[in-house]
Design a protein around this ligand. Sequence first.
Ligand code: FES
Ligand SMILES: [Fe+2]
Length: 376
Amino acid sequence: MTFLRNTWYLAAWDNEVTRTLFARDIVGESVLMYRKQDGSPVAMANRCPHRFAPLSMGKLKGDVVECGYHGLQFDFTGQCVLNPHPGGSGPIPRGAKVAQYPLIERYGALWIWMGEKTPDESLLPDFNWLDEPPMRAGEIGRRRRDTREIRDMCVVNAHYELIVDNVLDLTHLPYLHEGGLGNHPKYLYNEKVENIQQGNTFWCKRSSQKVEASPDFERFNPKLAEFPCDKANAVRWNAPGHVVIVPTYWKSGTDKEHLTCLYISTMLTPASEGKTWQFWSLARNFALDSDEVDLAMRNAAAVGLEKEDVDVIETQWRYMGTADIFSLGLASLPGDITPNRVRRALAKMIAEEQSQTKEYRDPAPISEHQNVRLTA
Ligand code: FES
Ligand SMILES: [Fe+2]
């Protein structure tokens, strides 16, 4: 499996990680997370160095994790601090250390760095519209000064790059999401499209005039059904799989009267090649006190994002498997420009990282043990 490692992945929403041991597979590794008594989050390999038992099956004692198999204890840096054998306090075995992963808590989420290089905070993309205090129990809408957010996570049984393709090519909206997130296909005809690269940030920006809002947007803001709208829709990608769509409607021909704006954030974290944690959030600039709009958005996400997109993407994955997408002789459309640029940029980043990463061996290959002479 080849994943970019020296980058930030969204490991969990902030309220998923508590004082209970919690494990999640990230880029093919099982990661243990919990909060220390002071509330700060910890992430480390979920694998005891004694016999590889999952530490998540153990106990959290203060800030220390006790393995549930034979009782070794590890502090939050991953160092073994207690070996109960023999007599309750034996010597700390050599190699009794668990890898710890750097975390940043920001934008209502925990972001993890799985690479060997020093973590670089500047590589975390800007998601400032997600930044706010923790949710209250049972609350589905999150409110801050100028936006309100609903969020969730769904599992997609497919490679995360297929989800990136999907989000970056919005020409699928009128077809796959007809009657929901997509408006009539005729509104694609006169769209102005810009594919933009700024360093390692890629944008696809679309705009059109005198259109109807999509049925979902008219449900979110019924005012939009009363007049023709101008529309702008920008999509931004940052490595490895952080995509935000910002659809914006306003009354056509005005200085953005009835401005209706959504930030649809999709943060993709591969569990493995064929399984992705799709963290998503819908933040809006209107109806900030409306539980009904929260519900309408939750329903739209359940249909469009968690069902219609996922059904297609999971089937694509079954058809494509791990083949290089550029080797499949696929028919090409204009909407592929940014998805293809992003795939090439990501492949280049991964190749560069791999060429710089020194090989490490863990544990020693079996052939080395075969030289050990067993004597009676
Ligand atoms: S496997 Fe953890 S102490 Fe034995
Ligand atoms: Fe979609």
